[in-house]
Write a protein that binds this ligand. Structure first.
Ligand SMILES: [Ca+2]
Ligand SMILES: [Ca+2]
Ligand SMILES: [Ca+2]
Ligand SMILES: [Ca+2]
Ligand SMILES: [Zn+2]
Length: 571
């Protein structure tokens, strides 16, 4: 809550000072002072259960500007509109009755077909979930221990005889999907499919030559059967085409049946293989916590623990370009690489104490907690879960300050992407949860705080949303050597009202000033923390789900996010 005068003053600050001194601190803290690590499987049970109507529905957010599948709003009267892209957005004019993303959405979507996967025997969601961390006295990290429910679903990968990466692409716009000029031509099931790329296989439902208006490999007649859109190649906008979600992909006699792996063309799916260095296999409970967090947001995270790989526990990353070539490609089936993200759990990288690293909007990540000291096994599991979700967030183009904001310890950013919450989660409804934000908190100026009003909601968020979040962390003192908050402080109250920012036990209407990120100043303005779930970049800028990539996928094209480090410091 914030009184209007404070809001006005805040914006005046923005106008006058162009941001009033952007918080320059870049980094890490420890979760030091994180006093409580409750293993909170708060979304046990049906992960695809109908979500309750949520005014903060992340799908209602504006489209991700980086989403190559996003449907541009074509103005029918625009003389400059490009006439040669017939498969581009026809939806606005002709909303299909089954479009689950059509806006506005009905408050209830009882027809959303989330259930079918659960009954499949291969469904990783059907696995019983552990409710307790493993025995801390048990031998650590046994490579193929039975408590890991996510067993590899493929035999050990063999080097592909034909490297699908071999063709360098010069097009600098990876998110531009090649589009056939003739809408009646299907590039994936037509008579002349590319010989060096996977294709969506032709089937009895969609034999070669079937009409396929949107060229997604799912013929027009089958689109109706599956409830997908005839004029949208990716109905659920998860970067996986309708055709591949239903029929899978095939290449040189091998197939990857995504439906059998849980893909649903009407629900967002994310595939992840997790490999590990000896001794660093992630705990199943940690993976489940992340899977549950995605499920609660309506996204199916299909996480598989793959194999132990024989490399040094310390991974050379450098600027990142070689990780794809040296580690990901030898260990991720090249057919899977068209669809999967890839994680590696190891001791460390580049000999440092960073908890992990991932390129922004790319397809690989490292979780490296070897130099962190943990109180006990439960805390180690928490850190694994939080760091996995944090690094995964970077692959969706999330930054430490959320959307397009690299600010560390951003006080209004309630997300696992905020270093404060990487190891402990945010406190919501009385429990610690790992999550990306599904609501927006307005910007806040350190010099214009109201302890009575606390934070203010932005976009479609309302005060009652903020009230669910309690005891946020602020940083009292930053370790500049590591950009690490060594004195985090939990403030009593909730985000909607009554936050004792300066810790003096009095709720002052203000405005007062307080240092919220521990860098010694009280004049910073923190930009609005935008809802993240509705803005995830699923495609990694056109790589995931793209059978005809336009760029050399070897090259790290994006900024590396090297995450918080605290060498040898207990959390
Ligand atoms: Ca189609
Ligand atoms: Ca379609
Ligand atoms: Ca899709
Ligand atoms: Ca899907
Ligand atoms: Zn990070």
């Amino acid at each position: 809550m914030r009184i209007s005068s404070i809001r006005f003053a805040t914006w005046m600050c923005v106008l006058a000072l162009a941001g009033c001194a952007q918080g320059g601190s870049a980094t890490p803290g420890d979760g030091g002072g994180v006093e409580e690590f409750v293993v909170q499987l708060d979304v046990i049970g049906d992960p695809f259960a109908e979500p309750t109507p949520d005014p903060n529905d992340p799908w209602a957010e504006p489209h991700d500007p980086n989403d190559p599948w996003a449907q541009p709003q074509v103005d029918p009267n625009d003389p400059w509109a490009q006439p040669e892209q017939p498969e581009e957005p026809q939806e606005p004019q002709q909303p299909a009755p089954n479009d689950p993303w059509a806006q506005p959405q009905e408050p209830q979507q009882p027809e959303e077909p989330l259930e079918p996967e659960q009954t499949q025997p291969w469904d990783p969601w059907a696995q019983p979930q552990p409710t307790e961390p493993a025995d801390p006295l048990a031998p650590p990290q046994q490579p193929e221990s039975a408590d890991q429910p996510h067993e590899p679903q493929d035999p050990p990968q063999q080097p592909a005889p034909n490297d699908p990466w071999a063709q360098p692409q010069a097009d600098p716009w990876p998110w531009e999907q090649p589009q056939p000029t003739d809408p009646t031509t299907n590039p994936t099931t037509g008579p002349n499919p590319p010989s060096d790329r996977p294709v969506v296989p032709a089937t009895a439902e969609c034999p070669l030559g079937s009409a396929d208006y949107d060229s997604d490999g799912l013929c027009d007649s089958a689109e109706a059967k599956y409830g997908t859109l005839v004029q949208n190649p990716d109905t659920d906008r998860d970067a996986l085409s309708d055709g591949m979600e239903v029929y899978g992909i095939a290449f040189q006699g091998r197939t990857l049946d995504l439906a059998a792996l849980g893909a649903n063309p009407l629900r967002r799916d994310v595939f992840l293989e997790i490999d590990y260095v000896q001794g660093y296999r992630p705990h199943a409970t940690a993976i489940y916590r992340v899977v549950d967090a995605f499920a609660a947001a309506g996204v199916a995270l299909h996480a598989e623990v793959g194999q132990q790989i024989a490399v040094t526990p310390d991974i050379p990353v450098g600027e990142g370009e070689q990780v794809d070539i040296a580690f990901k490609q030898p260990n991720l089936d090249p057919l899977k690489a068209y669809v999967y993200r890839w994680a590696l759990f190891a001791h460390s990288y580049d000999g440092g104490g960073s908890s992990g690293v991932a390129p922004l909007a790319d397809t690989w990540l490292l979780v490296t907690l070897g130099n962190f000291a943990f109180r006990d096994e439960a805390q180690r599991i928490e850190a694994q879960a939080g760091t996995l979700m944090h690094e995964l967030g970077h692959t969706f183009n999330l930054r430490h300050g959320g959307i397009e904001d690299n600010t560390n310890y951003k006080p209004n950013h309630m997300s696992v992407m905020n270093y404060h919450y990487q190891f402990s989660g945010v406190r919501r409804d009385g429990a610690n949860v790992f999550d990306y934000s599904s609501f927006t908190v307005d910007g806040v100026s350190e010099s214009l705080l109201s302890e009575v009003g606390a934070f203010a909601p932005g976009e479609t968020t309302i005060e009652s949303d903020l009230a669910r979040y309690t005891e946020p962390l602020i940083c009292r003192a930053l370790d500049r050597a590591y950009d690490f908050c060594h004195t985090p402080a939990r403030i009593l109250g909730n985000l909607s009202a009554s936050l004792d920012f300066n810790g003096n036990g009095i709720y002052e209407a203000g405005p007062i000033a307080a240092d919220l990120n521990g860098n010694g100043t009280t004049n910073e303005y923190f930009k609005p923390a935008l809802a993240e779930w509705g803005r995830l970049n699923y495609s990694a800028f056109g790589v995931i789900g793209n059978l005809n990539p336009q760029v050399n996928r070897h090259v790290a094209r994006t900024e590396l996010a090297k995450c918080q480090s605290a060498p040898n410091s207990p959390l």
